[in-house]
Design a protein. Sequence first.
Length: 231
Amino acid sequence: MSPVEAVRSGGWLVIAPHPDDETLGAGGLIAALTGAGGHVSVAFLTDGSGSHVEAPGWSARRVADARTHEALGALRMLGWRGMPMSLEWRDAAPFPANTPEFDATVRRLVALCRRRRIRNIVASWEADPHCDHEAASVLARAVGLRLRIVPRFYAVWAWTLPDLDARLKAMRITAMPVARWRGHQRRALACHRTQLGGRITGAAERFVLPRAMRRLVDAPHMLLLEARHAS
């Protein structure tokens, strides 16, 4: 699928579990669609405030503010303009499906999609080994069901799974060429300083994005995954 073909299919919604997943997982997609004149909406499931717990001088609110600012900068580097939607879920504490909070979020996203004529929904893949990434996938499926849209998914941490090949066999894969936007993605990733080490120190659980994961922004193709049985 070319970016031009993707734009012709209608508007796109990208759901990111945390600030930085919009770049690591969907940066090439956002840059390619935006570069082709497409309409892209971005929604963040959480504010990422659960990272760097108990770092001296860094409250959860300060971490969230920093990560939100970084994500805005990253989106600008990808060529995207606008204000992303904050879904305001707690980091690493997703609402189960069919709870009032989950259903309220579904209604918000359904309204957004209808208002902006979105016909394509993309979220993190359920195979990603993180509860928020799994939750974003469940949410995308629920929104898609309401709108009769079959969602697609992007992988972030799933690329590290030992059984990745077997999992991918159950998916239909659509590739979009995004090599020309590598520079945009690298600059976007550089905006996420809290995740790259050095900006926040002394946390009880120190997190630094591994170098292997940083190379995701160098991939020549954006892979969109869809369950083979989806219809």
